[in-house]
Design a protein around this ligand. Sequence first.
Ligand SMILES: [Zn+2]
Length: 96
Amino acid sequence: MQKIKYYPLIDCDSAGKEKTPLFFSDDEDTVRQSHGMYLQEIVPRFYRLCSVNRVSTANAKAYTIHCPLCRKGMTPISQPVDNYHLALYCCRNCHK
Ligand SMILES: [Zn+2]
């Protein structure tokens, strides 16, 4: 079975709307200790946006999450599950 990958997210603008992934880890606890938001990749190239702290749906929609592979902005393809497990994203550029 393939391991789940966790990509810590860092802000790349002063407003905190643009979020870029760092190199992945397979240890979710470590990622949660050092970063407030991260991407969870269970199915390859589909990324679930996760937050340690509560995020409103409106705030979550304002984020641009960048692709771990090509760094382009990704497209949300689902509604948030709850205020901690947010939309699932995929990258149109990597899914051509
Ligand atoms: Zn991509």
